[in-house]
Design a protein around this ligand. Structure first.
Ligand code: URA
Length: 431
């Protein structure tokens, strides 16, 4: 097989065979195919697209480029969720213990944050002592006896994706839906769960800015997962405004704990329960969607989910006394961002709010940046709330970095108008 022939075939809009796609992925991962040929191939895909079979072949070849985690020695149906990345997205922290408290097996390998979106592993590291690295056998044992473990990605998951993503980043080929779908699904399929819900974020704070693009991406990822034998659902959720009120690592743990104690913000609760109800169905625990939602809601209110959270944190070495005094998670120095006029919060720019948190030190601009766990933003108002001139719109929890820039970003990110139209949180479900 000659690489140049495969590039030509895709350039001319023809369909590649599975073996041809494997040749490209394996050759590139080994270093036999140079960057310049792979760049040309990626650009051809960007312009010509790929059909579902090609995208699936790409995802599977990328999955097989590294370790594939075998979870078969965990009893029962293993469930997982993946978010395409949002601002204030702490759903995993709430969803995992909540599902495990109802008997599901939540075996989660999560990533770190980069750019304006945070990562679950960074958030968990704001809990003193919490170990994000567990040997795979310990991870599996913990899921078997506790129903849940949340760890960082171990081993060498989808190395082809790491190499291809870095190349896409510098060749203007990130925004191709088949490439995004294969990239995300290669990692999900390597992590071994039987049932997966994808939370595809849509809006200004998300990777997918329009619902139309998000539907295409979600549909393709569902098809890839299904062709690979997994139970799949995608929910499209709004990311014009951040999820919940708190953004930043320790702040998001704070809000997740409040939610697990039954005092969560309505949007976070709604998205978590919706995703959870799909997974309870897939795990054969509760097939009636409305009944599943009720059971999840009850577990948040009656303390069962919070108990499971405490067990999880203890099992992974974390100090649970921090939850008796949640302010320990948050920087004491604060700066208020005040409304410059009266009216109603009519729009928010989640992207700029995420950037503001990053400027304060909560997120990484490059992957080697050191982050602070206790800085971030507490939004006191969301879209639709009436405000008066001088009201505190947001409190910044700060150290000594980026304060003025963050203040200006947050102020500009919150639009106060005369009326507001709230978008539904869950825009569509693709099964
Ligand atoms: N997230 C991924 O993991 N891959 C992409 O290509 C885009 C977002």
């Amino acid at each position: 097989m000659h690489t140049v022939d495969l590039i030509t075939k895709k350039r001319d809009g023809l369909t590649l065979e599975e073996a041809e796609i494997r040749h490209l992925v394996e050759g590139y991962t080994r270093g036999d195919i140079p960057d310049y040929q792979m760049s040309a191939f990626l650009m051809a895909v960007y312009h010509q697209g790929m059909d579902d079979k090609e995208s699936t072949a790409l995802a599977l070849a990328m999955r097989d480029s590294g370790d594939v985690i075998d979870l078969s020695d965990i009893e029962g149906i293993k469930v997982d969720k993946h978010s395409t990345g949002g601002v204030g997205d702490k759903v995993t922290l709430v969803l995992g213990p909540l599902l495990a408290s109802l008997g599901a097996k939540f075996a989660k390998m999560s990533g770190r944050g980069l750019g304006h979106t945070g990562g679950t592993i960074d958030k968990l590291e704001s809990i003193p002592g919490y170990q994000v690295e567990l040997p795979v056998d310990v991870f599996k044992q913990q899921v078997n006896h506790l129903g849940i473990a949340i760890v960082g990605q171990s081993g060498d998951i989808a190395p082809a994706d790491k190499k291809l993503y870095a190349l896409r980043d510098v060749t203007a080929t990130v925004e191709a839906i088949p490439l995004i779908a294969a990239s995300i699904m290669s990692k999900k399929l390597a992590s071994g769960a039987d049932a997966i819900v994808l939370d595809v974020k849509v809006g200004r704070g998300a990777f997918m800015k329009s619902e139309e693009e998000a539907v295409k991406l979600a549909g393709l990822m569902v098809d890839i997962g299904r062709l690979a034998g997994r139970k799949m659902t995608a929910v499209l959720t709004d990311m014009d405004e951040p999820l919940g009120h708190m953004i930043g690592n320790g702040l998001e743990v704070y809000e997740a704990v409040k939610t697990l104690q039954g005092q969560g913000p309505s949007d976070l609760v709604e998205v978590t329960i919706d995703i959870g109800a799909h997974l309870l169905g897939d795990a054969d625990i509760e097939g009636d969607f409305e009944q599943a939602k009720k059971r999840l809601h009850d577990a948040l209110q009656n303390g069962t989910a919070y108990q499971k959270w405490l067990e999880l944190v203890k099992a992974q070495g974390g100090d649970v006394t921090v939850f008796d005094d949640l302010d320990r998670l948050i920087a004491k120095q604060t700066v208020a961002v005040r409304a410059t006029r009266s009216g109603v919060v009519s729009a928010m720019n989640a992207l700029d709010i995420g950037k503001a948190a990053m400027r304060l030190g909560a997120g990484r601009e490059t992957k080697d940046d050191v982050i602070w766990m206790d800085v971030g933003i507490n939004l006191h108002h969301k879209i639709g709330d009436p405000v008066k001139k001088g009201d505190v719109l947001a409190t910044l929890h700060v150290r000594d970095k980026g304060i003025e820039e963050a203040r200006a970003l947050v102020l500009n990110a919150i639009t106060i108008g005369d009326e507001a139209k709230r978008l539904p949180r869950i825009l569509q479900t693709i099964k």
